[in-house]
Design a protein around this ligand. Structure first.
Ligand code: NAD
Length: 263
């Protein structure tokens, strides 16, 4: 198994894509820390996954430095090491640009971008110390989005945060390259999680998404988890500073494609 004995922190892993990554990492032999703000869902996730391997829940708001410090301390306390960090926690707040509240702009940037910075820095400090003591370098995987390079006018803070994630990935990959620590990102297209829940009930929204998705379907969280497992593993040993887009063909597409069963 490609992640045997690795210790992985996954933020925002109580549900959705993060949960799928936790499940995949456990399957691949890792010991997993689920970090989230939703304690009930986080504990339930551990209950559901504990049959697959060693997994714990740590309550952590990634936008709070003290929470992030505590996350690192709790992980080291439980497993004695950190090899992998997945910065997956993210939120979206939709609003028209002209009425967008400053507080909503700040909140999205604090969770999606500053949270990834805080966790990367705290975990990288441990990873660098380990390398300097003769240990193996770790890997960081950031959850970006196609909205790092495309844009939605009603999701300005989200798009800005994911554009920032692309540069955070590049800049931190360069800062950590001298230690052999790799930093990459995944840019999902439309993936079936709570974040996309409205699509289940709104046919117009579904048709809009599929008209921009050449593979003619919404993606599954497990299809992001498999790429996270690859980027975190030694199979990706010469890849750093990249964002891999997992989007059913959206980014290469100019204009639209026909939607099966559009009405
Ligand atoms: N679903 C998609 O279509 C899609 C597409 C592109 C990118 N993404 C990105 O993937 C990541 C996961 O998305 P998802 O669809 O699984 O979302 P989700 O809403 O289903 O799950 C997000 C999880 O993050 C947690 N979280 C929120 N704020 C947090 C905080 N401050 N600290 C710690 N945890 C926090 C939530 O409690 C939740 O468990 C996000 O970064 C999102 O931007 C999702």
């Amino acid at each position: 198994m490609s992640l045997t004995n690795k210790v992985a922190i996954i933020t925002g892993a109580a549900r959705g894509i993060g949960f799928a990554i936790a499940k995949r990492f456990l399957h691949d032999g890792a010991r997993v820390v689920i970090a989230d703000v939703d304690d009930e869902a986080g504990e339930a996730a551990v209950e559901e996954l504990k049959g697959l391997g060693e997994v714990i829940y740590v309550s952590c708001n990634v936008a709070e430095k003290l929470d992030v410090r505590n996350l690192v301390a709790e992980t080291l306390n439980a497993f004695g090491d950190i090899d992998i960090l997945v910065n997956n926690a993210g939120i979206a707040v939709g609003s028209d640009f002209l009425t967008l509240e400053e507080a909503d702009f700040d909140r999205v940037l604090q969770v999606n971008l500053k949270g990834a910075f805080l966790a990367s820095q705290a975990v990288a400090r441990h990873m660098v110390e380990k390398v300097q003591a003769g240990g193996t370098p770790g890997a960081i995987v950031n959850m970006s989005s196609v909205n790092a390079v495309l844009a939605i006018p009603s999701q300005i803070p989200y798009c800005v945060s994911k554009g920032g994630m692309s540069q955070l990935t590049k800049a931190t990959s360069l800062a950590l390259a001298p230690y052999g620590i790799r930093v990459n990102a995944i840019g999902p297209g439309s993936i079936m999680t709570d974040m996309l829940a409205s699509v289940n009930s709104d046919k117009a929204a579904r048709n809009r998404i599929l008209s921009r998705t050449p593979l003619s379907r919404v993606g599954e969280p497990s299809e992001i988890a498999s790429v996270a497992a690859f980027l975190a593993s030694d199979d990706a040993s010469y890849i750093t500073g990249q964002t891999i887009f997992v989007d059913g063909g959206r980014l290469p597409l100019n204009y639209t494609v026909a939607v099966p069963d559009a009405d």
